[in-house]
Design a binder for this molecule. Structure first.
Ligand SMILES: *Cc1c(COP(=O)(O)O)cnc(C)c1O
Length: 409
């Protein structure tokens, strides 16, 4: 029988024996690594003697984090990077060139949207934004220059969920790469390969880091795409076969753009993975309890969490994320003023913008994250002035409810 997530995380073996038989992976905070002979270093540079050389390209502690991610997800390849944005930008750069396009969900993490709409467009790489919950609309945008379909497993703060198998069907039909940003639904509850995702990108800054300990990102290759079908990877796939995508990153974009994860960060991320299942379970239980409490409160107009039975996306959350679609929820009061007054009275829940911290955080997206957009644009993005976003942490549910009860009084 397949072992539990935490068991598997705790017992991944080191790729090399530690000279001191350390039980936890040491933090190899060294820039460079030496070789016994001139012949050895020459053999390494010819690709015949694998070893760490320079930590911007690879590092033993970071490699162990990658190995854990691979073992836990059963991905074919993994590459850890400095941040979620580094994972996303490197992935798109490695798959596309000027003149190509990708199709992406229109409700994206703000900087992912800005990366595609501004940074990449400057280099002639077009993004076609669409509602990815509407598979037919996605398909109409495909042309001969389309390379990938990109979506977020749960959008934030709208909490929309696309039918991933439908997107995978379109991707397969046109030989496109299906890329999922699964930051909100970590591998404890989501097996991207089972739904036909080819590449998974994550901001490990959020859930995986252990609750906002450090910045990180990871790129996973599920090993289910024939890389010779992407015109930009034909050459590298002749040499590296199934490893073509990660090889193109390691030997080109990742190495050359300098977005490496540090050994200290990898250490935090490794510890974060070991406790991920426990933290996620607790945060999910808290979401369910807060959901029930808020739904019954006379001053609360609306509650949204796709783990709740009466939620619009409950079924997709159940099918795709074991019914535990992360720990972000939203709820509405009667007015923007009521939201501000409520937020100012909170004592345990903190006013801050991160996701999946161990602490519960609250923000009013309309007046903060989306304030640069016009009112009309915000309404199109389904951002409402009466709505607040909670990133539910791992405190005792009763303490969170008490805090909310006092602030609503
Ligand atoms: C935070 C986040 C990112 C960006 O990650 P960083 O680690 O902050 O660079 C990308 N996608 C989603 C869904 C996120 O929540």
């Amino acid at each position: 029988m397949k072992k539990g997530f935490t068991t598997r995380s705790l017992h991944v073996r080191f790729p090399k024996d530690d000279p001191h038989r350390a039980l936890d992976m040491p933090v190899y905070e060294s820039v460079a690594f030496e070789f016994d002979s001139a012949e050895d270093i020459a053999a390494n540079f010819r690709g015949e003697l694998p070893a760490h050389v320079y930590s911007r390209a690879s590092n033993p502690t970071v490699e162990f984090f990658e190995l854990k991610m691979k073992n836990l997800t059963e991905a074919h390849g993994a590459l850890a990077v400095a941040s979620g944005m580094s994972a996303i930008s490197n992935t798109i750069l490695a798959l596309c060139k000027t003149g190509d396009n990708i199709i992406s969900g229109h409700h994206l993490f703000a900087h992912s949207y800005s990366l595609m709409d501004q940074s990449l467009r400057n280099y002639g790489l077009e993004t076609r934004f669409v509602d990815t919950t509407d598979a037919a609309a996605v398909e109409t945008l495909v042309d001969e220059n389309t390379r990938a379909i990109y979506f977020e497993t749960v959008t934030n703060p709208q909490l929309e969920i696309a039918n991933i198998k439908k997107l995978a069907g379109i991707a397969q039909k046109y030989n496109l790469i299906l890329i999922a940003d699964s930051t909100l639904t970590p591998p404890v509850v989501f097996n991207s390969k089972a739904f036909g995702v080819n590449i998974e990108v994550m901001s490990t800054t959020k859930f995986i880091s252990g609750g906002a300990t450090s910045f990180g990102g990871v790129i996973l290759d599920n090993g289910n795409f024939d890389w010779s079908l992407n015109p930009n990877l034909i050459e590298v796939s002749e040499k590296f076969g199934r490893d073509a995508f990660i090889a193109r990153l390691r030997k080109n974009y990742y190495r050359n753009t300098g977005g490496a994860m540090t050994a200290h960060t990898a250490h935090y991320q490794i510890m974060g993975l070991d406790m991920l299942e426990l933290r996620l379970e607790r945060a999910y239980e808290n979401c369910m309890q807060l959901g029930a409490y808020l739904s019954n409160h006379s001053k609360v107009k609306k509650v949204c969490y796709p783990g709740l039975k009466d939620s619009e996306n409950y079924l997709l959350a159940a099918q795709q994320f074991e019914g535990k679609p992360g720990s972000i929820m939203t709820f509405d009061l009667e007015s923007e003023e009521a939201c501000f007054a409520f937020m100012n009275k909170l004592e345990i829940i903190r006013r801050a913008t991160n996701l999946n911290d161990n602490k519960t955080l609250i923000i009013h997206p309309w007046s903060t994250i989306y304030v640069e957009f016009s009112e009309e644009q915000r309404r199109e993005m389904k951002i409402n002035p009466t709505s607040m976003r909670l990133s539910v942490g791992i405190e005792a549910a009763s303490d969170l409810i008490e805090d909310i009860e006092k602030a609503l009084a």
